[in-house]
Write a protein that binds this ligand. Sequence first.
Ligand SMILES: *Cc1c(COP(=O)(O)O)cnc(C)c1O
Length: 372
Amino acid sequence: MRVPVLDLRAQYAALRAEIEPVVLGLCESQSFIMGPEVEAFEREVAAYVRTPYAVGCASGTDALILALRALGVGHGHEVITTPFTFFASAGAVSMVGARPVFADILPATFNLDPEKLALAITPRTRAIIAVDLFGQVADLTAILDVAGRHGIPVIEDAAQSLGAEHRGRRTGELALATFSFYPAKNLGGFGDGGMLATADEAQAKLLRQLRLHGESSRYVHERVGTNSRLDALQAAVLRIKLRHLDAWIAGRQRVAAAYTRQLGALGLGERFVLPATSAHATRHVYNQYTVRAAGRDALREHLTAAGVGSMVYYPIPLHLQPCFQDLGAGRGDFPESEAAAASVVSLPIYPELTDAQIGIVVDAVASFYRDR
Ligand SMILES: *Cc1c(COP(=O)(O)O)cnc(C)c1O
């Protein structure tokens, strides 16, 4: 039996009967841009994240770019984020002409360290992007506190954390938040898609304009925007999937708890460090189950030989990416992010993973360390 790192076909098999008639209906209607499916999905996501407004767009990356544009971020501005995240968290900053500034992570949760964040603030700081890595919310209370003292807005990059909670509050409830429906996220479409959530009516209106070429009314362009809409087809599929999200989150939590129990029982200590859940992270949605492993690359080869998939999210911290060399940071500048990049590995996790498959993963880890 093989254990792929993610198996989306299992999810589709269970939903085929629900999804196919809706997709066929859209084909019959030939109405693919905006329309009732997109509007309904925006309302449903807003209700799910308990915020008044949600605005669909073409991807999680575009959601970040639109959020930065809505906050007026551009040339001459700095935006602080973590170097241990998916590229887009910093790439979006460069895309609007601003400068990414990095602050290191907390080693236990891989999320932005509020104290390091405070030290990175300058008079040019115009926004902070807090990332909820692997499905665990960053310490938003502390981050919003630091930001608030300087009057700097916070964007929550919640691409991996739809449905997660911080002290009982959902991602998207506490700050302008961006979501992604890339197929490997917890709520994944049949292609790319994204969403923004905000409590601010004027901000929602601005975001709706920016995703539609800055149109304030038909063919009147109040500002320059772009084409970044959520396709009606994606919205239709995602509406069906959203109804299953809480059950899927429970399934991911079941797998994570089984891993933590069984891998913890191996007693590998510092050689194999399990993910930590912070006390403030009252609902971890486990987009990934990420450990720190001694001999990480050899372990991955051993897992592959045992039929177990794995991934490294993320092998190169962003300050060491070729495209960011002109920012002036180098090796040694963000030691926690560099240490994480060198040792992390993400194990298979998805709601349909069986106990037998979990057992195969645990056995493969155990046999790797047995003779070491
Ligand atoms: C996936 C992801 C994005 C980008 O989302 P896309 O929909 O792929 O553009 C941004 N930030 C983080 C943390 C992500 O995981």
